[in-house]
Ligand binder design. Structure first.
Ligand code: RB5
Length: 149
């Protein structure tokens, strides 16, 4: 469970810039704090440059939950999931945002900025942060995700 003393790292490319700004503005009003890793305008950029810093902070335990956004949410989640302690979930509705916390103990929510209504995305982030991992049978499952090649 998230509590408001925790900083949330957030990053996006240009495809997620507008939604990132919306989320920071609206959640900040409610007392949430963010570490904004950019991007800082709608100029075209490469999404990994803004997703890696978020993933690094989750991977090394600095922060518990992160938010990443690109146009589709796909490239962002692919990038973040390269880190062994990251479980980044691409979510497109409220149910997915809740389920991935309950079952996958996801620690990053990846949002498709070009496909989501801002108010729905806000609700999704709220549910994601407020939902606890169910544990139980799901513990073994998430423990089987990492690979050593
Ligand atoms: C940028 O045009 C777009 O490719 C990017 O935001 C993302 O959707 C990649 O997965």
């Amino acid at each position: 469970m998230y509590d408001k003393s925790q900083e949330i790292p957030i990053g996006s490319d240009h495809g997620g810039f507008e939604l990132k700004q919306y989320l920071i503005e609206n959640f900040s009003k409610k007392g949430y704090s963010f570490r904004d890793f950019g991007t800082y305008s709608e100029d075209s950029v490469d999404y990994p440059d803004f997703i890696h810093p978020v993933a690094i902070n989750i991977n090394n335990g600095t922060n518990k939950f992160g938010i990443i956004i690109c146009g589709s949410g796909q490239g962002a989640s692919m990038t973040a999931n390269k880190y062994p302690n990251v479980r980044a979930a691409l979510c497109w509705d409220l149910e997915q945002a809740e389920l991935t916390r309950l079952h996958n103990n996801a620690n990053i929510i990846s949002l498709p900025g070009r496909f989501l209504n801002s108010e729905v995305a806000e609700e999704m982030v709220k549910v994601f942060l407020d939902t606890d991992f169910e544990g139980g049978r799901h513990i073994n499952r998430i423990n089987k995700i990492p690979v050593s090649l």
